[in-house]
Design a protein around this ligand. Sequence first.
Ligand code: SF4
Length: 150
Amino acid sequence: MEKILISSCLLGLPVRYDGKSQAILHPQINLWRNENRFVMFCPEVAGGLATPRPSAEIRRGRVVTCTNKDVTKEFKTGAAKALGLCNEHAIRFALLKESSPSCGRNTIYDGSHSGIKIQGMGLTAKLLMENQIRVFSENQIPALIKVLAI
Ligand code: SF4
């Protein structure tokens, strides 16, 4: 059975920058959980960042917090650990939190810390995709259900 790497905050763990979670309410989540498919992971915590922490956005290839600290190294460490975990468990699919500078699949914030979203990927989502792991956001659960059924 295919395992799924999932953003920890999507399963209710309070690991977001603001110390909160972002649990998804979708019936399929409980089914996958009962099948023991999930491998939970938070790249930012794994990269060594505290919770809560200043929000961060990608700006010209760097990850910078709202307090103007460069945290690119921590974000890259978290992304590399996510890939390592996927390799260790032969994971080919990931369900990641949209718009995060780590986990965002289709959108991220524009780097100006003013709430503007643009098309783009977080560092972890990008690294996984570059390594043939198929990444879906919480808005793409029907698509993930479909590919897992094949
Ligand atoms: Fe959730 Fe990913 Fe942000 Fe961690 S890095 S809090 S898993 S969106």
